[in-house]
Write a protein that binds this ligand. Structure first.
Ligand SMILES: CC(C)(COP(=O)(O)OP(=O)(O)OC[C@H]1O[C@@H](n2cnc3c(N)ncnc32)[C@H](O)[C@@H]1OP(=O)(O)O)[C@@H](O)C(=O)NCCC(=O)NCCS
Length: 367
């Protein structure tokens, strides 16, 4: 008998471990405690065949802040179906179920850790006008090297959290999210970046063979980038790799001045818009900062029958599907099917001033 989509029950943990362990690797459940902890099992959406879990789509739900506007974000990961059960539409059903769950529970969009037909058919797209960079040892000498790094433990969580909270585009995290990150063996180290006695920021490192990647960083940029020399020494690596948000002009400028090349890149994963009018309404305080109150109040956002509309003073732009919507809202380096806002009119004139909004970077929220 086929059951689901539904959440995982506590007594089914072992069946879930077996399924994601066979599809990915045996320790997967231990690598992502923020996804698989007991209180999140209802979000581990599954289909069962004769009582055994055969397909899984994992979801975490959290709030995030984009320029001070609070938005609801689902993160999708651990998507897998046993080989012998593939091609029956299980993962598709589970993905749609996770999206519907997010919609009914008041979330606005989902970030999916993958890009494949399964997700694209549901309207997921690569988004973001971000950059990736590699700091070599010689670049590192041209940065502010007058900094030190100091290993963090769980006792430093309040400090990490206080620094992260100063970022303009970030997740709203409970202390438990940091605790889970400390339990993950995906991260090689948590480091406070200091100048003399003063803590300037932190980096979370993930070690590769030649490159140590900054899985996350927050705080004062010159000092963080200056820590590159210390990090290469610490991990006996040639380079430090990092992702830079498109809105983070300061990091881009400091790197460019040191001769580091910025490669245009997308945000990690793909984005699926869950509730367009609600997302836009939640972003209104930011729109108001740019456009003023009167113009912002005249903007209307609607979703009808899979088509999306933005209206302003009797003028309208229609976005035909979720994929284009994701591109429009968050921007993209991908070729767009239509440059909706390039077509003129009052709506385009207004929306071009506020879109794209910045994409979130997972950091330790990655699943
Ligand atoms: C990816 C995976 C979860 C799909 O599971 P599944 O239960 O077979 O999924 P479905 O039956 O719903 O869909 C299977 C494929 O048919 C495609 N498909 C389903 N319905 C379709 C339709 N009506 N028209 C066209 N294509 C369709 C899906 O897009 C999907 O394509 P993809 O595998 O290239 O992405 C499974 O292949 C798997 O476990 N792979 C290994 C783990 C993995 O790679 N996970 C994803 C990490 S990003």
């Amino acid at each position: 008998m086929i059951e689901g989509p539904r959440g995982t029950r506590r007594e089914e943990r072992q069946s879930l471990r077996k399924c994601v362990g066979a599809v990915f690797r045996p320790a997967l459940m231990d690598e992502f405690p923020q996804l698989f902890h007991d209180d999140n099992l209802e979000n581990c959406r599954v289909i069962l065949d004769d009582g055994e879990i055969v397909s899984h789509v994992g979801l975490t739900q959290q709030w995030a802040s984009i320029f001070g506007c609070t938005v609801g974000v689902g993160c999708i990961g651990g998507v897998g179906t046993y080989k012998e059960h593939r091609g029956k539409g299980y993962a598709t059903r589970l993905f749609d179920d996770a999206s519907a769950k997010c919609y009914s529970e008041g979330f606005d969009f989902m970030i999916v850790s993958g890009d494949r037909s399964l997700y694209r058919r549901a309207g997921c797209r690569k988004i973001g006008h971000d950059y990736d960079a590699t700091i070599t040892a010689s670049h590192a000498q041209r940065l502010d090297t007058n900094v030190s790094i100091e290993a963090c433990t769980e006792t430093n969580i309040p400090t990490l959290s206080a620094i992260y909270r100063t970022e303009p585009v970030r997740f709203l995290r409970s202390p438990r999210m940091y605790k889970h990150a400390f339990q993950c063996n995906r991260f090689s180290g948590f480091w406070l970046v200091k100048k003399g006695d003063s803590v300037r920021g932190y980096v979370i490192a993930s070690q590769g063979r030649e490159t140590v990647r900054l899985a996350e960083y927050a705080g004062e940029r010159s000092s963080i980038l200056g820590a590159a020399a210390q990090l290469t020494k610490q991990y006996d690596c040639q380079n430090v790799g990092l992702h830079i948000l498109g809105v983070d002009r300061l990091t881009q400028n400091i790197l460019s001045e040191a001769g580091v090349e910025l490669q245009p890149g997308h945000a990690s994963g793909t984005v699926h818009i869950v509730n367009f009018p609600q997302l836009m309404d939640r972003m209104r305080p930011y729109f108001e900062e740019i456009l003023g109150g009167s113009k912002t109040r005249r903007l209307e956002f609607t979703a009808d029958d899979g088509a999306y509309q933005i209206r302003y003073d009797g003028d309208a732009v229609t976005i035909p599907d979720r994929g284009e919507l994701a591109h429009l809202i968050f921007g993209t380096h991908e070729e767009m099917a239509a440059e909706r806002l390039g077509c003129g009119g009052k709506v385009a004139e207004v929306m071009r001033q506020v879109l794209p909004i910045p994409a979130l970077s997972y950091g330790i929220n990655y699943v």
